[in-house]
Design a protein around this ligand. Sequence first.
Ligand SMILES: [Zn+2]
Length: 169
Amino acid sequence: MRETLVLNASFEPLSTVSLRRAVVLVLQDKAVVEQAHSGVRLRSASVELPVPQVIRLCRYVRVPFRRRAPWSRRGVLVRDRHRCAYCGRRATTVDHVVPRSLGGGDTWLNTVASCAADNHRKADRTPEEAGMRLLRRPFEPTPADALLLALGVREREQLPAGREVGVAA
Ligand SMILES: [Zn+2]
């Protein structure tokens, strides 16, 4: 019950997202609940709503689920959940693992979210040269990430007052 199916406005299934993200989409009026788990409600300080099992997007989106999502700086930050690939703290910049000056490209597999301090420290060097270790390897975004990017959902726009939504029977 932690995964919610997302339908396009045309009712075509697109992807699954976490329950938390499904709730965010509904609260941002980007989706409506088509089917909910019976007998349980989500409650936070200011919202109460059914636990979505299936949601449907309010507008039709073309999402490149089976093709590669186009690279973007914002996409890298969303993919990496705004966490620095070197220290795990909040990231606001995008670092090229192999620097552009050494031929590294703007690709999903060559870019990671980075805090400004680590990005500055690494400069125009590879992680090996800089003596810095990647906490995780860069990867192609998941369909759920591609969906959030297509919908323009920002990670910071989350639940009201930043509280976790509890599931109440
Ligand atoms: Zn960092």
